[in-house]
Design a binder for this molecule. Structure first.
Ligand code: UDX
Length: 476
């Protein structure tokens, strides 16, 4: 086994400790987006895997070979591994305890209803449901994104609930999955972070990732591993997401400056991105970031920093959030401008206009509409009186569940038919490569807002459309 070098050698001297199990049996508790993807991909890596959830419907769907979320490639891998007998699903914690050597906690940590912090109810439920059933030594590994200090708290919970005489250890190993690329991110991670307190836990984690290392070896790659204490491992995730959110809000702040000065943020981003120290990625100005992670994580991070007396260190994240929210309002301003409606203190009155919204998901290649800028903007437009027709290639069912009162169109052309304004709010290929001439034939007014600066502006302008981008001057 060609194990990677740990880039920090904190708690253990792993080379001298024998691997306790070559291929431990793995459970993934919580089969939402994170846990389902991990369970399926680790079965693909050759592990015997059990996916666990309290939601019987989800478990039945997975067991029958259907992934309840849209994630490219996942369905096929699920079916292959269920058929091979390596992957099973259950709602029974006693079965999970009996089966697993390493238990990954993958449950959600949503924003608390009463504040900015993370709600740890599901983490607590997973731990306290599993631990009383354990009858042999096991490792519980947190994967969920949590406030710093959670792993130590989980250790205490374990101590309270573990049967006498059974030894259970805790570790933390954050995930860095991007929706739409999740399979690749699990099979070929760009790094692994192991927060551990003992050599045994370290060895178990290495054994639980042997498949990842073996795959890397066959492809002549290395997977860097950072070994750390609990607090660092927990913070890595919040820090990474805070950095990404800040980068996006930085370029969106530049978009505001460009709007005020007549400059073009797309060219500006390209020009600064050539500097390797800055980099091109995550410099796309637009409607801002959304999804299940970035928005809630920067809030939970601030809340936790406040609790531990370091609130000032993250005050800038409040600004990052505000810049992000302002981008949503900017689309409404552009709509009012294009439709020639005054923007009063309560916003514009868009009554009488039909607006086609193309895109509901928070980004392409997913069906996820959680904290989606596209959906939030659609709601705003509807609230200002517009008759909105929404279409998304993959996110319709989720959007309808979250926003049942909106009007939904069956196709892009249906949405655009008779529209006075078209807003492209998710950068799906179907929209980016749409034929503006054909759409001009069905729309009532040729006005388009390019919320992601993803359309070929000269092409749309040539087809007669009045075009508005984000942070870009109006075409002559
Ligand atoms: C993110 C992190 O990338 C991932 O590492 C972490 O594990 C979970 O959160 P994800 O939520 O899947 O992943 O989305 P990501 O691709 O990071 O995009 C987040 C949001 O930022 C999207 O709304 C996207 O449209 C937006 N974005 C991204 C921009 O507005 N501009 C950019 O340049 C890049």
């Amino acid at each position: 086994m060609n194990l990677p070098q740990a880039s920090s050698a904190s708690p253990a001297a792993p080379a001298t400790v024998p691997t306790p199990l070559v291929r431990p049996r793995l459970t993934f508790i919580g089969t939402g987006y994170l846990g389902a993807t991990y369970a399926i991909c680790f079965a693909e890596l050759g592990y015997e895997v059990l996916g666990v959830d309290v939601d019987a419907q989800k478990i039945a769907s997975l067991a029958s070979g259907r992934v309840p979320i849209h994630e490219p490639g996942l369905d096929e891998i699920l079916r292959r591994n269920v058929a091979a007998g390596r992957l099973r699903f259950t709602t029974d914690y006693a079965e999970a305890a009996e089966f697993g050597d390493v238990h990954f906690i993958c449950v959600g940590t949503p924003q608390r209803a009463d504040g900015l912090g993370a709600d740890l109810t599901y983490v607590e439920a997973a731990v306290t449901s599993l631990v009383p059933h354990l009858s042999r030594k096991a490792l519980i590994v947190g994967k969920s994104t949590v406030p710093v200090g959670t792993a130590a708290w989980v250790e205490q919970l374990v101590g309270k609930h573990v049967p006498t005489g059974v030894e259970v250890e805790v570790a933390w190993s954050p995930e860095f999955l991007q929706e739409g690329f999740a399979v690749e991110d699990v099979l070929r991670p760009n790094r692994l972070v192991f927060g551990v307190r003992s050599a045994w836990a370290h060895q178990m984690l290495l054994a639980a990732h042997k498949g990842v290392f073996d795959l890397a070896t066959t492809e002549d790659r290395e997977v860097p591993v950072v070994i750390s204490d609990f607090a660092t491992a927990e913070l890595v995730k919040h820090a990474a997401n805070a950095f990404l959110a800040t980068k996006i809000s930085f370029i969106n702040a530049m978009a505001e400056i460009c709007e005020a000065s007549g400059a073009d943020v797309s060219q500006l981003a390209r020009a600064i991105g050539y500097d390797d120290r800055i980099g091109k990625k995550f410099l796309r100005a637009g409607v801002g970031f959304g999804g299940a992670c970035l928005p809630k994580d920067i809030r939970a991070f601030q809340a936790r920093a406040q609790e531990i007396g370091a609130g000032e260190a993250l005050r800038f994240l409040h600004e990052v959030d505000l810049i992000n929210q302002r981008r949503r309002t900017r689309v409404v301003q552009l709509a009012a401008d294009l439709l020639d409606r005054p923007y009063g203190p309560a916003g514009p009155d868009l009554t009488g206009f039909r607006i086609a919204v193309l895109g509901a998901t928070f980004k392409p290649a997913t069906d996820d509409v959680r904290d989606s800028p596209a959906l939030a903007i659609t709601r705003k437009l509807a609230r200002h009186g517009a008759q909105v027709a929404l279409y998304d290639p993959k996110g319709m069912a989720n959007a309808q569940r979250e926003q049942p009162d909106l009007e939904y169109a069956d196709s892009m052309v249906d949405a655009v038919t008779d529209a006075d304004l078209v807003c492209v709010l998710t950068a799906w290929e179907e929209f980016r490569y749409a034929d503006p001439k054909a759409l001009a034939g069905v729309a009532r007014g040729l006005r388009v807002i390019d919320g992601l600066n993803c359309l070929d502006q000269p092409l749309w302008t040539a087809a007669g459309w009045e075009y508005r981008g984000m942070g870009r001057p109006n075409p002559a």
